[in-house]
Design a binder for this molecule. Structure first.
Ligand code: ATP
Length: 200
């Protein structure tokens, strides 16, 4: 069966860039964030349980999650966040299992699961054969996010502080790709070299 590789990294680390490079080399890519958006989108698989648990005021006119309202609720209430994750995570897991089976049936040698919060959530470990962490320092993260978004510096810093620490993330890694230096070619070379380890 194909190798299942978890891919993670902090905001702006370059995780999605690395995922795209692995996909270009032939890996099947499964995006956990995208699946979470789908199950909480219009008539998504999580919406009935979200309505029953949190109330109709968290569902917008299209039958999708009211993200701004939910963000305000879970921001300061960890038990509410846990309830939301208890609904969304199992659905994301089962959808990603399904996509992985389809990729395996189609002959993929490597399945990459792009999971932003892999280090924060223990639930993924048993589904993965190995974990790849894209690593860089906070200054690099901040510079990259400022370049591509309109966020203020202190907001980016707060997001980084709320995510797993660099050392916690590295602790779950089987392989680390350093992505501090600017330049896509250097990163591409490192990814290509690593991909051969994973059978691509
Ligand atoms: P997020 O969690 O915020 O989605 P991410 O970890 O997926 O972030 P990317 O979107 O891959 O990060 O990269 C963030 C930005 O940094 C992108 O604009 C990307 O093009 C750029 N970037 C990534 N790696 C490099 C690099 N080695 N050199 C130059 N730019 C880079």
């Amino acid at each position: 069966r194909p190798l299942r590789l978890g891919l993670t990294g902090g905001i702006g680390s370059g995780k999605s860039t690395v995922g795209g490079m692995l996909a270009a080399l032939g890996a099947a890519l499964i995006d956990a964030d995208q699946l979470a958006r789908e199950v909480t989108g219009p008539q998504g698989a999580a919406m009935q349980a979200i309505r029953a648990t949190f109330g109709a005021e968290y569902v917008d006119a299209n039958g999708a999650l009211d993200r701004a309202r939910m963000r305000r609720l879970v921001f300061s209430l960890p038990q509410e966040r846990a309830r939301l994750e208890g609904i969304v995570h199992p659905l994301v897991m089962s959808h990603s299992d399904l996509l992985a089976r389809q990729a395996a049936d189609q002959g993929a040698a490597l399945i990459v699961f792009d999971i932003p919060l892999l280090a924060e959530s223990g639930r993924w470990a048993r589904r993965l054969d190995a974990v790849l962490v894209v690593d860089c320092c906070a200054e690099t993260q901040i510079a990259r996010v400022l370049r591509r978004s309109g966020l203020a510096r202190d907001v980016v810093q707060a997001i980084i502080a709320a995510q797993a620490s660099r050392s916690a993330r590295r602790a779950v890694a089987d392989v680390v790709i350093a992505n501090d230096a600017d330049g896509m070619q250097a990163l591409q070379a490192r990814v290509r070299q690593m991909a051969t380890l994973f059978g691509l």
